[in-house]
Structure formats: C-alpha cells, structure tokens
Design a protein around this ligand. Structure first.
Ligand code: AMP
Length: 216
C-alpha cells in the first residue's frame, strides 16, 4: 500500500497514518518527524531546517526531496506519507521517483478541516517526542496528563504548535500545499475524509474510501 496523506496541520494525518501502520504494516513516513529527529541529533540537515521550522515556513524543496528519496528506499513495499509532498515541486519530484522505481501510488487522502478548529486543536495538542504520537487534551487526552499511555514517558507541546506559529503554518498550507488538491484530482486518485470526525470514524471512512476507490 502506497498512500499520500494531504491536509492542513492538525487534521489527523499522523494519527491515521499510525493506525494504518499498525493494521497494514505500511510504514508511516512523516517528514516533520524526520526533520525533528535530525534537529535533536544536531545533523547538518537539522541545522539547515531549524529556522524554517521555528517560523512555521516550509523547509526548501531540495533538502526535502533528497531526504525523502533516502527515506523511501527503506520501504520499497509500502508507505503512508504524512506531510509530504507539500509543494507542487515536491509532488513532481515524487512522481519522477515513483516512475524510476516502478512504484504505483494507491491513493491520495485529503483530510478536510477548517482553520478555526485547527487553531484550537493544535494549541491543545501534546506530542510524544520519541515517536511523534499525539494526544489532544480536549478530544483525546492521555490517561495521565502529560504522560504517554504506551511508553509512560513525558509528552511535550511542540514549539510550532504555539498560536503565533500555527497561524503561519495554516497560511503556508493555503498558499503552497493546497494547489496539490488540484494536482492529484487530475490523477483520479484523490479521496476525501472529514478530518474533524472522531478518530475511529475517520479510520472507518478512510478504509471505506480506499476500498471503494481501489478495490482492496
Ligand atoms: P509537520 O510535523 O508535518 O507539521 O512539519 C513540521 C515542520 O517541518 C513544517 O512546518 C515545515 O517547517 C517542516 N516540513 C515538514 N514536512 C515538510 C515538507 N514536505 N516540505 C517542507 N517542509 C516540511
């Protein structure tokens, strides 16, 4: 299974990618998580990406494209891309990669959500920095505040989930990523889910949409 998850920050892409990974073994590839890991390890890529991420801007395409090529080599049998592509240039580079590798894309899932709800969602989001798993103190709280249910370690609020930066990230989505909706509509592979529905409803809609569209 090879999928792209498209949608604004906070629309539930990461949560659903993790669910699909557990059920189907299709590896979640989150460019945001990979970049945060690079920053935590102080790599050259991490240092190059830092300022852009702090400002809520996109990291330049050429850095992202070479990073994703290396990453996807590890998962020739399937992946769910969460947060890539985010620009038309990235989508074109990904198409070229797929043709080189002979990979077929099964679908592109658009997570629909309005900005006002996303602002509220992101500012109540808590993240496990060790694996990217997220909670929401309003809709999906951890059993113990500030502690991950599964590994028992601390949860943190991402620096770019603060309200000043969230606004910028939503603007960047509108300006740079939204054109991908049209890009993928043309390929006939786009399906849409309501990102604001409860987590298990979204999973259900997602599987249904992929089943209907692609006959799995
Ligand atoms: P995310 O965790 O997906 O919200 O990503 C966090 C930040 O990482 C974004 O605000 C960007 O600065 C950067 N980033 C992640 N994925 C990409 C991408 N595909 N292209 C450019 N920048 C990205």
């Amino acid at each position: 299974m090879r999928l792209i998850f498209l949608g604004p920050p906070g629309a539930g892409k990461g949560t659903q990618a993790r669910i699909l990974e557990q059920h189907f073994g299709a590896h979640q590839v989150s460019t945001g998580d990979i970049l945060r890991e690079n920053r935590a390890h102080g790599t050259q890529l991490g240092k190059q990406a830092e300022g852009f991420m702090q400002r809520g801007e996109l990291v330049p395409d050429e850095l992202i494209i070479s990073m994703i090529e290396t990453e996807l080599e590890k998962y020739p049998d399937g992946f769910v891309m969460d947060g890539f592509p985010r620009t038309v240039a990235q989508a074109e580079a990904f198409d070229a990669l797929c043709s080189r590798k002979g990979w077929n894309l099964d679908g592109v899932v658009l997570f629909d959500a309005d900005s006002a709800t996303l602002l509220a969602r992101l500012s109540s989001r808590w993240t496990n920095p060790r694996n990217g798993r997220t909670y929401n103190t309003l809709t999906n709280p951890p059993r113990v505040a500030g502690v991950d249910d599964e590994d028992g370690g601390p949860l943190v609020q991402r620096e770019d989930d603060k309200s000043e930066t969230v606004g910028k990230r939503l603007e960047v989505y509108e300006a740079q990523t939204k054109p991908l909706i049209e890009y993928y509509s043309k390929s006939g592979k786009l399906v849409e889910v309501d990102g604001l529905a409860p987590v298990d409803h979204v999973s259900h809609m997602l599987l249904h949409a992929l089943h209907v569209e692609h006959g799995h």
